[in-house]
Write a protein that binds this ligand. Structure first.
Ligand SMILES: Cc1cc2nc3c(=O)[nH]c(=O)nc-3n(C[C@H](O)[C@H](O)[C@H](O)COP(=O)(O)OP(=O)(O)OC[C@H]3O[C@@H](n4cnc5c(N)ncnc54)[C@H](O)[C@@H]3O)c2cc1C
Length: 452
């Protein structure tokens, strides 16, 4: 009999974070039991009781001790504590491993870069980060990725890409990059679990993370009726009134998805106009006509009320026809009112994941999005640090689509390949030059050319 601790995972159907939790234990070779709470009220109650009132899946237990949801589990993994709890921590001093190319992220950009880099014989090491598979794993319905006329689920598309990347020699690894040291070459990459790699080139394809509002009630109720993932948690609030906060594609898609479960879905948007594509607005408007969705324009949430035991009770909203009502709280025309809802879903955009690049000299905008060369011709994904490239949503705050992330991922791999070839050529001619007694000046010129 196995002497590993007993791992139990409460799951539900159509739950991307449940799949991530299972993938994490699979990758560690750890066996686990799953309990699917979908349609099983007794099991659902058992999960809520064991997880101290939380109504989200997954909920992970190790030897009967609550670890928590995906965020808690991946946070423990990040520090290495998960491996300690599982009895698989590696205490030996690890040697620093060198890689030609390290790719941060297994979203669409990172995986496309991995496919291209693998095919160019650059054997990339691809780091999964705290959201393996990236944002697209949060949607069950990708209708606009070319080549799939019937649509495809996000997790399926991502898994296909992972398989394709591995076929070409990419290695995918769980873990989070903590920092990149660009003060010397090769780059030194420190992982949050203490592992260290060196690399000749780095592709930053680390995407963006869901934003929150920082309002009262948020910290207490996250996971207890407040969520940033409708596809993950919507089914737990069946027949309740639900509030979606936001006005972009994600808000429209989440509101549409929630009509499957909600009594009524309300969308609170701080402006008059939506930012979403016409396709999504049209789908929402169909539901508005059917009475499933109601739109509250020029409206913002200022507080979420409830408790961890009973979930979300109601929210405080402010409304002003001029838009952005929280900027106009002193305006007599700003109306503040309480509104009963059973669940709240934030769909208010993302923050780029670029902390690990601070101190490298890579230029970022005021929000932290990476600045790359852009423009025409080669080198579009170069940052201003030679050897570090950027691709996908971590650069592209405007388009933020799977297909544009894929396009940039392929460009980054091609740019990185050219950079690596230049490095190799410079190193080879340096070796030859030494043999022939070439001047140091000539060598320096060639190395500088590799950096151009
Ligand atoms: C709910 C939802 C539905 C969507 N639906 C569609 C759709 O239908 N069609 C469409 O075209 N687009 C859709 N999008 C947008 C699309 O998912 C994104 O544009 C796309 O996933 C961006 O890919 P990316 O690889 O740039 O970044 P991400 O998908 O954000 O992936 C980033 C990766 O980087 C990793 N990472 C982060 N920090 C680190 C670190 N420090 N170290 C290592 N790794 C790190 C993360 O773990 C993750 O694997 C949707 C988005 C959401 C949220």
């Amino acid at each position: 009999m196995s002497d590993q601790p007993r791992v139990e995972i409460y799951t539900k159907e159509e739950c991307p974070y449940c799949e991530k939790a299972k993938d994490l234990f699979d990758a560690k070779g750890i066996e686990y039991e799953t309990y699917n709470v979908t349609g099983d009220d007794d099991l659902f109650e058992e999960m809520v009781e064991r997880s101290e009132g939380r109504k989200t899946a997954p909920e992970v237990f190790i030897d009967d001790e609550l670890v928590g949801g995906w965020d808690d589990t991946s946070a423990l993994d990040e520090t290495g504590e998960l491996d300690e709890k599982l009895g698989i921590a590696d205490d030996t001093d690890e040697e620093i491993e060198h890689r030609k190319l390290v790719i941060a992220g297994t979203g669409i950009a990172g995986l496309t870069a991995a496919i291209y880099a693998g095919r160019s014989n650059n054997a990339p090491l691809v780091i999964e980060g705290d959201e393996p598979g990236g944002q697209l794993t949060l949607t069950t319905d990708v209708a606009n990725y070319p080549g799939f006329p019937e649509g495809i689920s996000g997790p399926e598309l991502v898994n296909n890409m992972k398989e394709q990347a591995r076929q070409f020699g990419a290695e995918l690894k769980n873990g989070i990059i903590e920092s990149v040291d660009a003060s010397s070459r090769p780059f030194r990459i420190e992982m949050s679990d203490g592992d260290v790699y060196t690399a000749d080139a780095v592709i930053a394809a680390s995407g963006a993370s869901a934003r929150t509002l920082g309002i009262p009630g948020e910290d207490e109720l996250m996971g207890y009726g407040l969520s940033t993932c409708a596809t993950c948690d919507g089914a737990f609030f069946r027949d309740e009134d639900m509030l979606v906060v936001g006005g972009g594609d994600a808000a429209m898609e989440e509101a549409t998805f929630l009509t499957k479960f909600a009594d009524t879905v309300y969308i609170a948007h701080r402006r008059e106009e939506f930012r979403a594509e016409d396709y999504w607005i049209d789908r929402v408007m169909e539901h508005v006509e059917d009475g499933d969705i109601e739109i509250m324009k020029n409206t913002e949430v200022t507080e979420i009320h409830g408790s961890q035991e009973a979930g979300v009770d109601y929210v405080t909203l402010v409304e002003n026809d001029k838009g952005h009502p929280t900027d106009r709280l002193d305006d007599p025309e700003t109306d503040e009112f309480e509104f009963d809802v059973g669940a709240v879903f934030f769909a208010i955009g993302h923050t780029p994941n670029t902390d690990y690049l601070e101190g490298t000299g890579v230029e970022m905008d005021e929000e932290g999005y990476l600045r790359t060369q852009g423009g025409d011709g080669g080198g579009q994904t170069e940052t201003d640090v030679p050897g570090i490239f950027g691709a996908g949503d971590v650069v592209d705050f405007h388009y933020q689509q799977a297909v544009t992330a894929a396009g940039m991922g392929s460009k980054a791999a091609i740019d990185a390949d050219e950079y690596l070839e230049d490095l190799e050529r410079a190193a080879a001619s340096e070796g030859e030059g030494e043999g022939k007694g070439a001047s140091e000046d000539e060598d320096e010129e060639e190395i500088a050319a590799a950096d151009d």
